[in-house]
Design a protein around this ligand. Structure first.
Ligand code: G6P
Length: 622
């Protein structure tokens, strides 16, 4: 959602904060702001609507703001429209005056949502507070100010009392003008990390913002606070008692989180897929044996006696679940359900003790997925998280965690994390199927070899990206697109269609091919783009028939199928072939041309594919 950065040390804070914010812009980008506190307790706040670049220009890349302790924020609006006044930081005084010499000022930024903000607003208004913005954050900062005055100007008491009083989710970063050179942070359900290096301290809502400076980070847990000074951090629980925390070493380097010569992160991440998939498979397969169960310490008896697997996720991770449903049932012979986390959490699901709940999430912070995980845990069943971000909330709260090794993913539209999730699910299907004796050893080795061949085959598809580029430019003015397929191909269509619509702004739908005739076919007219996905041989003829039905109504057909199915050219107007692979795993290959198509259409329309409008990478509100 939004991004938080903070710095206290001996250098000028503003440029370090702006640099950190630029690495977090993918989390939200309708406005941004910065506040710097100098050693005399003087605060300067500068905000700008729109892209971060506006704030960078306004502050002469930070040079115009002097001081060595500061906080910054990129906002993605929830309460109150995107505007300069609603942008963070917010202050405890009665106006958002951009430069303030007030005594005892509280200045803060916030990620998340304060659900009971109206009730708190009323309470504060009765105590004489006035409000200048429409945000819940301003109310939170004023609440901290209220308790700060009530509890002897003690920052920790003020923050902990506010935490007890508010409902919702938050990561907060606060400065008190009485305490120059110090920053206070707290969290509930929204991530915040602290990195230390020599006599400097860095704060961020995500690792890429501070990787350039340090690899040693502390993750703040729910209902914890920290007092951060130059090169030091002290941690506290909600009772203001000091607690010890362990440092985590981040293995990514700063360069891995940068564009590395590509025009966009999305293309860089598409091209990183062979590596992301290879690294993930190598962590799960040793000496041609899948070691997933050993790695996760899951008992074979438990796997043999599993009643049902429920996969819960949002967005593309849910699409991985949709494909996983077919693959796990086909290979491991276990019943699988797939649920949207936002639905699952509110529908009193029937969960048995011998069910396994798998939560899939790139960020490990998606609010609905986290809530679904907590609900599953309450039922007493076993929970497994498939997560990319180490130390994220979902990773820490699940009984087991399987990390995808995709590295930092910056583009809003996921590509490499999706691919790494997919091969994790395939490995789980083969591992569980073998333990459950669903197939023999020969078949087991066949599956493992096919899995290991995926990275190279993705590379082959990427070598031919120019063909897709040509097609994308030709079809970039399309008004609608329909992605159709059956079974696993329907799962692939869902992801292809989502990528297409989110990066190109062209209306697009994915349909189970056989369902098209129950209404949606009425939308097909001359030149409507229909993309048929046909990787499953037993469904090939059925989907071809559905494509013909569309063609008869004037559709322009693109076919996506395996090498060898050349007769498709009798039907489709443009065909993309993918290398042969065990058909259960075909999603890993078929998705690549569809990602490329989405990327190239986006670029040809002049859209920034890394930051599609209205979207955020990490959705930490429900
Ligand atoms: C957002 C992203 C999607 C992602 C979804 C779930 O909508 O734009 O790419 O699939 O959230 O995120 P998660 O981090 O839980 O995988």
């Amino acid at each position: 959602m939004c991004g938080i950065v903070g710095y206290t040390g001996n250098l000028q804070a503003a440029s370090i904060i702006l640099d950190g914010l630029s690495k977090l812009e993918y989390r939200g980008y309708d406005s941004a702001g910065i506040a710097v506190l100098n050693e005399k307790g003087h605060t300067e706040v500068v905000k700008a609507k729109g892209r971060l670049q506006n704030l960078i220009d306004k502050t002469d890349s930070g040079k115009a703001i002097k001081g060595t302790c500061g906080i910054g924020h990129t906002r993605w609006a929830t309460h109150g429209e995107p505007s300069q006044i609603n942008a963070h930081p917010h202050v405890s005084s009665n106006s958002s005056d951009i430069s303030s010499d007030n005594n005892s000022e509280v200045i803060g930024v916030h990620n998340g949502i304060i659900e009971n903000y109206l009730e708190i607003k009323e309470k504060l208004a009765n105590s004489g507070y006035q409000f200048y913005s429409q945000t819940d954050t301003e109310i939170l900062i004023k609440l901290i100010d209220y308790y700060y005055n009530k509890y002897d100007h003690n920052p920790l008491s003020a923050i902990s009392h506010s935490m007890i009083r508010v409902k919702g989710s938050y990561a907060i970063e606060v400065m008190f003008s009485d305490y120059p050179e110090e920053i206070y942070v707290a969290r509930k359900d929204s991530p915040i990390i602290i990195g230390l290096k020599d006599d400097a301290s860095f704060i961020a809502s995500d690792v890429p913002a501070i990787l350039k400076y340090t690899n040693s980070v502390y993750y703040l847990d729910n209902m914890e606070m920290a007092r951060i000074t130059k090169g030091h951090a002290q941690f506290y629980n909600i009772d203001c008692k000091e607690i010890e925390k362990e440092v985590t070493q981040i293995q990514w380097d700063a360069q891995t989180a940068e564009k590395g010569g590509y025009q966009h992160f999305m293309m860089k991440e598409i091209c990183e897929q062979p590596k992301a998939v290879r690294d993930t498979l190598n962590s799960l397969i040793k000496d041609n044996q899948i070691i997933l169960n050993e790695k996760l310490n899951i008992d074979s008896e438990y796997i043999k006696n599993l009643n049902k697997i429920t996969i819960v996720a949002c967005g593309s991770a849910w699409h991985v679940g949709m494909i996983g449903q077919y693959v796990i049932e086909n290979i491991a012979k276990v019943e699988v359900r797939v649920e949207l986390a936002s639905e699952f959490r509110y529908r009193n699901p029937l969960i048995k003790k011998d069910d396994l709940i798998i939560v899939i999430s790139q960020s490990g912070e998606t609010a609905d997925s986290l809530a679904a995980l907590r609900l599953a845990k309450q039922s007493g069943c076993h929970t497994l998280a498939i997560v990319n971000v180490v130390g994220s909330s979902i990773a820490r709260e699940a009984d087991n965690v399987l990390y995808t090794l995709a590295g930092p993913e910056i583009a809003v539209a996921t590509t490499k994390a999706y691919s790494a999730q997919l091969v994790s699910i395939y490995s789980l299907a083969v591992c569980f199927g073998y333990i459950r004796e669903a197939f023999d050893e020969d078949k087991y080795h066949y599956y493992v070899n096919e899995l290991l061949s995926i990275p190279e085959k993705i590379d082959k598809i990427l070598e031919n990206k120019e063909r897709i580029q040509w097609f994308a430019f030709k079809y970039s003015n399309a008004r609608d697109a329909f992605f159709i397929g059956r079974g696993i191909d329907y799962g692939i269509s869902l992801e292809g269609s989502l990528k297409f619509k989110e990066t190109s702004y062209i209306h697009s739908e994915a349909y189970a091919a056989g369902e098209l005739k129950h209404g949606t076919i009425s939308l097909i007219e001359d030149n409507t783009l229909v993309i048929g996905v046909l990787t499953q041989s037993h469904l090939y003829k059925k989907t071809i028939s559905n494509m013909v039905e569309c063609k008869t109504r004037g559709a322009y057909l693109m076919g996506l199928t395996n090498y060898g199915n050349y007769q498709i050219e009798d039907t489709s107007d443009f065909t993309v072939y993918i290398p042969k692979l065990e058909e259960n795993f075909a999603g890993s290959l078929a998705v690549i041309p569809l990602q490329l198509l989405a990327y190239y259409v986006s670029v040809s329309k002049g859209i920034d594919p890394d930051k599609p409008r209205n979207l955020a990478k990490s959705v930490t509100v429900e």
